[in-house]
Write a protein that binds this ligand. Structure first.
Ligand code: GLC
Length: 611
């Protein structure tokens, strides 16, 4: 279908709402058409500024107004020399913009922190964070749709940090929700839904249907057929332009988690009930639940498919993806409309939940006791009731772990593959396992005990270390491919990421141990604002601002704000938490009794868990 045809059908209402195509939803204030020149979404005012060329000609005056708005956005870019997207219609944002351009504040290269606090009349770190968060807002056709990854005026090489990353927007979205600012989150959810599995290709290969992009950018492009006019388009990146061409498996999972949080916080369930949104949820689920060659219930992914989006040896079944997957399944189950057509999907989802929780709780868990068991494992067990099911050679237990494991506490390991346990501690996976109830209550407490016991390693000078320990020497060379950004104790390789503060806060509130988060927040407050909100810190003790870290990194700012807002109102953490339900617990105990470690039933009917 040509772009014009599509546009005509939208205008005549010819698209049935359930018609799941790239043109999926109609917005109240904007509508989107496929540009014939490229495959981006274009946006126009609903009064029909640009649909057909002949129509455009008849609508010269309206077109002028769009052009005017778009060039206004261009001027903003020009004035700052940096990208600040959008057509501001938010009064606070406009105030910020005004101050920025008129008085050289906020994004000016000099004295940003001091200037901001003075201008807004408050010296508090929180006020500064709010100003910065608002200044990072991205607008599409006048509506806020996200926040850019970093707003660092000292950096001339933005790479893709001027884009809206799905995962980076989550703490921004939660901060806005907790402030009662729902519009940006609603717009983000609906606009990213439109981008889902857009026909992007890399070397003639397209990503799977249902994939959400890693990021998107609002671009102003010349209007087809009229060199004087411009329009804004949303340009998604599914990894086909990203460094390393990594597919963002976590994007769709985060999208589902945010959708549920939006409904719970705003009380507006109409978004999740929309047919296009329901279809979007199902597409993500189908992609994740599709059968493959895998023997494990955990999701098999490539390296770099989540927050750690470069080669760090996490391919396979990394904990972070499993915890987000588990959480997204539970959130989706809550939101899916009960209908005959979804019965199979819900059944598959329930079976997966049970199998995953069993698998992770049993096989990923490590503490002193379990470590000692592994130390004494027999290997090469060919049998159905093997204890060492994955044939782990005890020599794999790394020397650092023998010393590092405290007597009290434990954690979920980073990855499990045949004959391979990745014993590294990954913060996000462990925290989200607590939040989603993938970890048992006892395990959740033990993880927090562990973080407390290892405070000087994991929190150190800035919460929170992304993983521990760093890969060094030959291991670093082989596993990262000699990545100069991922040198030991930097970036993904043992760097410290302030954004993880919000996940630590949710996990500690869920386990009724908010003091842990409060202490971590105090550590962050000592320097995060004076250091200009870096993306990450380097060194074992997080003493230096990261070698290549962006400053004014939005999710560092938003993560801090979410942590503060939740400590002030712990009940609000419920919008993110998944409470373990009794049916799952029952099914889990059934799975335990059928645990092949005890006895494997070879005969008899195949068990399925129908909840
Ligand atoms: C880095 C991080 C990634 C983040 C992106 C934008 O690539 O590894 O998790 O989404 O920056 O901030």
């Amino acid at each position: 279908m040509g772009a014009s045809e599509a546009a005509l059908q939208i205008f005549s209402g010819a698209f049935a709402p359930q018609f799941h195509t790239n043109l999926r939803s109609k917005f109240s204030s904007v509508c989107c058409v496929k540009s014939s020149k490229d495959r981006h979404y274009g946006c126009m005012q609903q009064n029909g500024v640009r649909i057909l060329k002949s129509y455009i000609r008849r609508q010269r005056i309206r077109l002028e107004s769009l052009r005017c708005k778009c060039s206004q956005a261009e001027n903003i870019r020009g004035a700052s020399g940096r990208l600040v997207n959008g057509l501001a219609n938010d009064s606070k944002f406009q105030l910020g913009q005004h101050l920025k351009y008129e008085k050289g504040n906020i994004l000016s290269d000099d004295g940003l922190t001091a200037a901001t606090s003075n201008v807004f009349g408050a010296n508090s770190i929180e006020d500064e964070a709010w100003s910065l968060l608002r200044a990072s807002m991205v607008y599409y056709c006048g509506n806020p749709v996200g926040t850019i990854a970093a707003n660092d005026p000292s950096d001339s090489n933005t790479l893709n940090y001027d884009q809206v990353f799905i995962r980076d927007f989550i703490p921004s979205g939660i901060a806005f929700l907790l402030k009662g600012d729902y519009e940006i989150v609603r717009n983000f959810i609906l606009h990213t839904l439109q981008l889902q599995s857009w026909e992007k290709t890399m070397d003639c290969h397209s990503p799977g249907q249902g994939l959400m992009p890693a990021s998107f950018k609002v671009r102003t492009v010349p209007l087809d057929g009229d060199e004087d006019a411009t329009e804004e388009v949303l340009d998604p990146d599914f990894g086909e332009a990203a460094i390393g061409r990594v597919a963002p498996v976590d994007s769709g999972l985060w999208w589902i988690i945010l959708l549920r949080a939006y409904g719970k916080c705003s009380g507006d369930t109409s978004v999740q009930e929309r047919i296009d949104v329901q279809t979007g949820i199902k597409m993500i689920l189908k992609l994740c639940l599709a059968d493959g060659f895998d023997m494990f219930p955990t999701l098999l992914v490539t390296d770099g498919s989540c927050m750690i989006d470069r080669r760090m040896g996490i391919h396979g079944h990394p904990l972070e993806i499993q915890a987000l997957f588990y959480s997204a399944l539970l959130c989706a189950r809550e939101m899916l409309a009960p209908e005959e057509a979804s019965a199979d999907l819900i059944r598959a989802l329930n079976n997966r939940l049970v199998a995953m929780s069993f698998h992770i709780r049993e096989y990923y868990w490590i503490d002193m006791k379990k470590l000692n068991e592994i130390y004494r494992y027999k290997t090469e067990e060919y049998s159905f009731d093997a204890v060492n099911k994955f044939n782990i050679y005890p020599d794999q237990i790394p020397p650092w772990l023998v010393e590092w494991m405290p007597n009290r506490g434990g954690y979920l390991i980073g990855n499990l593959q045949p004959a391979h346990m990745d014993f590294r501690f990954f913060s996000l996976g462990n925290l989200w396992a607590i939040i989603s109830s993938l970890a048992t209550t006892d395990q959740s407490h033990a993880i927090l005990d562990f973080i407390e016991a290892k405070w000087s390693d994991l929190v150190a000078g800035m919460p929170l270390k992304i993983c521990y320990p760093a890969l060094e020497g030959e291991e670093w060379r082989i596993i990262t491919g000699s990545d100069p950004k991922n040198t030991p104790w930097s970036y993904h390789n043992g760097g410290s990421w302030p954004t993880l503060l919000w996940q630590l806060t949710v996990a500690s509130i869920k386990t009724k141990r908010p003091d842990i988060a409060e202490n971590a927040i105090k550590v962050a407050e000592r320097r995060i604002a004076t250091d200009k909100w870096p993306e990450y810190y380097d060194t074992k003790g997080a003493r230096f601002v990261g070698k290549q870290a962006r400053l004014f990194q939005t999710w560092s700012i938003a993560g801090y704000l979410v942590a503060k807002l939740l400590i002030a109102n712990p009940n609000a953490a419920n919008i993110l938490v998944n409470v373990e339900d009794a049916e799952l617990v029952n099914a889990f105990s059934f799975a335990l009794t059928a645990n092949p470690r005890r006895k494997r039933l070879r005969k008899g009917p195949k068990q399925t868990f129908i909840i």
